[in-house]
Design a protein around this ligand. Structure first.
Ligand code: MCN
Length: 717
């Protein structure tokens, strides 16, 4: 590959440190060159007639490793004497990002009545979609290379591979069919994409690679891994005065595709949350370690921010002897403050946080909780109730803002709609469906716009030769950005349809209306259907001379801002005092995802997110051996995913009263909501159950063992 001058894998987002220096960007090649920096980094590729042959051949490969000291903890990697990962970087620190006003925060802290301090770990997570990653490259024609790839971002991967192989983008067709789930970690560029594409071209034959589950554990991007010190200053009545957050984010051995942006640009923008905190200052330091690179994993920066804020809120309530709901009520941003500019930059266009919160307490029966706790205590069970409020920056935007912050891609979306001569419709969209039901919801948008049945609408995603352009699916952007592009393309077609219809009806286009699939002259019964208009557009017997033939159009939508989803989640747990076993017995969520296109799909998305949040809170722990850097949780036997029996019934309500003000659908994303609120709500519930014993802290994930240890170590008050 070196001889063929295959280039390194450049990240798609480069962060600047607070002092203006660019982040360290050490080269990462598809196969390690000279030094292996994490277990799971590929060192050799074997190509054989069958997978078994390749596996046998791999057994024969001997690598003479000269062991180097390993460092897996980000704080330890920052120490002066820590072994350096990259010769090209002066230290293991990749960037020191900062946001907010440290002077204002210092002043507020100096005059505060109370200060709450917490040290928090946000545990590293391993993605586990139903199917592992896969790449098939077919270069046998010697001309165009077709890459079938389990990715969420087809156009971005085509670009990455074309840049490294120094091919025009048109020389590669990237097809991403059903990929078996993605959860964010399949939305990144991986070495195998480059490697398999290069090998197929070199050998002029198709090459297939499918990861085993073990390979996935070792080499897929992982998520989270923050160590945070957070401080909240309050006045004597429990109003938040200032927030100071210092996070050390473990980036792993290399900067992954969006790996630098998640703990910096994305995470730090969320630290105002739903609260009115006048002064905020955040530092986030990205650090290299000998672990798999970290990057976006469902939630991507938002669960980490929500966890910091909601743990602080409970801690503050405890310190001030205030009810946990009351302290939140006193600090929620009121609806009449919208649009609300947070002290760290983002502006929330809309949202009624107090209303959503009040409704949550109602459906969760918060008022009756004290009684439920007393009843449980009679049988020696510890009962706890936890709350978490969140905001979600769905649909990263706008492109010019993101690129100013270091993004090397645009965050717009493109949609092309083709009305066929028979009135059926094809829509080509740059997003990618891997479990979110786009074929249904996107078709619903078109169906309600055009007044045609879902059965005559086809949604096409995931093929760079068919879909003109796209950024892919991540960051709960598909509805707010892709859906808006579809809606705009539909609007363009209706406008053109009006002109054709006006011609057919010998009227003026300005007098035409459209609804339920019919163009009419306003105030008359003279009408022509979309189907008839489409037919004329392709079989132009009576067609306006000044119009282009055909009925197809493309819209490119670049959102002017994030679509600020928000919500409040609550959880009730019971803990067995003797074993530390935690049972989640109730879970409630009220979510504002703006206008809802399909309530069943949104509910499913929220449930899935809660399951992943529960996994983070109670089960999933990625562990590397501190001395050797070996992954100890390298299989599903060692890494506990939540199971169906762990899941409570989730009572979910959607508040549609606050449609997004700046996109045509009024929709805000929902794909990550559950994974954002759940970890904080669950941990707060467990700590609520344990506080009467004097336990005030247990770090993520809360396993029955760690809870049992905490109970034993407590003074048992
Ligand atoms: N929707 C709706 N009304 C709204 C908001 C959304 O009907 N107001 C619908 C959308 O039309 C879409 C679905 O809900 O069908 C999710 O939309 P959105 O919130 O825009 O999220 P994306 O489609 O962009 O999906 C991304 C998001 C992320 S970031 C991860 S990670 C994730 C997730 O979705 N990975 C998933 N959900 C997943 N679900 C499955 N089954 N598998 C994954 O890998």
């Amino acid at each position: 590959m070196a001889a063929d001058d295959v280039g390194p894998m450049a990240p798609f987002w480069a962060i600047q440190s607070a002092d203006g220096t660019p982040m360290a960007e050490p080269p990462r090649f598809a196969l390690a060159r000279g030094t292996v920096r994490h277990v799971g980094e590929a060192v050799a590729a074997l190509i054989a007639e069958s997978a078994d042959q390749a596996r046998d051949a791999a057994e024969l490969v001997q690598v003479d490793y000269e062991p180097l000291p390993a460092i897996v903890d980000a704080k330890a990697a920052m120490r002066k004497k820590a072994p350096l990962l990259h010769e090209s970087a002066p230290s293991n620190v990749c960037f020191r990002f900062a946001r907010g006003d440290e002077a204002a925060v210092g002043k507020a802290f100096a005059g505060a009545a109370h200060i709450v301090r917490l040290d928090l770990i946000n545990n590293r997570l391993i993605g586990a979609a139903i199917e592992p990653r896969a790449v098939i490259a077919d270069g046998s024609a010697g001309g165009k290379l077709t890459l079938y790839c389990a990715t969420q971002v087809p156009h971005l991967i085509r670009r990455a591979v074309s840049e490294q192989l120094k091919l025009p983008q048109t020389a590669i067709r990237l097809v991403a069919p059903d990929v078996g789930g993605g959860f964010g970690y399949k939305g990144k560029h991986y070495p195998e994409e480059t490697l398999v594409a290069w090998a197929a071209r070199r050998l002029r034959r198709p090459i297939k690679w499918i990861a085993t589950r073990s390979e996935s554990f070792l080499s897929d991007n992982q998520g989270r891994d923050h160590q945070t010190h957070a401080e909240l200053a309050l006045d004597s009545e429990g109003h938040f005065l200032a927030l100071r957050v210092d996070t050390i984010a473990n980036l792993g051995a290399y900067v992954s595709t969006f790996g630098a942006a998640i703990p910096s640009a994305i995470y730090t923008a969320l630290l105002a949350g739903v609260y009115r905190t006048p002064a905020i200052a955040i530092r986030s330091t990205g650090v290299f370690t000998n672990t798999s690179p970290t990057d976006a994993y469902r939630g991507a920066g938002r669960p980490e921010a929500c966890y910091v804020l909601e743990r602080l809120a409970d801690e503050a309530a405890d310190m001030l002897k205030l009810d946990r709901a009351e302290i939140r009520r006193r600090n929620l941003i009121p609806a009449d403050a919208m649009p609300y500019k947070t002290p760290i930059g983002p502006v929330y266009d809309c949202g009624n946080f107090p209303k959503v919160f009040a409704r949550l307490l109602e459906i969760a029966g918060y008022d009756g909780f004290a009684q439920r706790r007393r009843t449980a205590a009679r049988t020696a069970r510890l009962r706890g109730f936890g709350i978490a409020c969140y905001v979600e920056s769905s649909g990263v935007a706008p492109s010019r803002f993101a690129t100013a912050l270091g993004a090397r891609i645009g965050f717009f979306e493109a949609a092309t709609i083709r009305v066929q001569p028979d009135g059926s419709v094809q829509a080509l969209v740059g997003t990618h469906n891997h479990g979110q039901g786009h074929a249904t919801t996107f078709a619903q948008i078109i169906s309600s716009r055009f007044g045609i049945p879902l059965s005559s609408i086809e949604i096409i995603e995931g093929d760079t030769d068919r879909v003109p352009f796209g950024s892919g699916t991540f960051g709960s952007r598909s509805i707010a950005v892709g859906g808006s592009a579809i809606d705009n393309a539909a609007a363009k077609i209706i406008e053109k349809g009006k002109r054709i219809a006006a011609h057919l009806l010998e009227a003026s286009a300005a007098d035409m209306t459209f609804g339920n699939g019919v163009f009419s002259i306003a105030g008359t019964d003279r009408r022509v259907t979309l189907r008839e208009v489409a037919r004329v557009a392709y079989i132009p017997k009576a067609y306006p001379a000044e119009l282009e033939l055909g009925l197809a159009d493309t819209a490119v939508y670049d959102p002017p801002a994030f679509a600020w989803s928000n919500g409040a989640h609550a959880c009730e747990v019971e803990i067995d005092r003797d074993t530390g076993e935690i049972r989640v017995i109730g879970y409630w969520g009220v979510d504002d995802v703006g206008t809802v296109i399909n309530p069943m799909i949104v509910e499913g998305q929220i449930q899935g997110g809660v399951a992943q949040g529960l996994g983070q809170a109670l089960r999933e722990r990625c562990v590397y051996d501190l001395d050797t850097g070996q992954l100890l949780s390298g299989s599903l036997m060692d890494y506990a995913l939540p199971r169906a029996s762990d899941m409570p019934v989730i009572v979910s309500e959607l508040d549609e009263s606050q449609p997004c003000t700046h996109n045509p659908l009024g929709a805000k994303g929902c794909g990550e909501a559950g994974s954002i609120g759940a970890p904080a709500a669950i941990v707060n519930a467990v700590l609520d159950a344990l506080r009467p014993l004097g336990v005030t802290d247990v770090q993520l994930p809360l396993t029955s063992e760690s809870v049992w240890q905490a109970i034993r170590a407590s003074d048992g008050r």
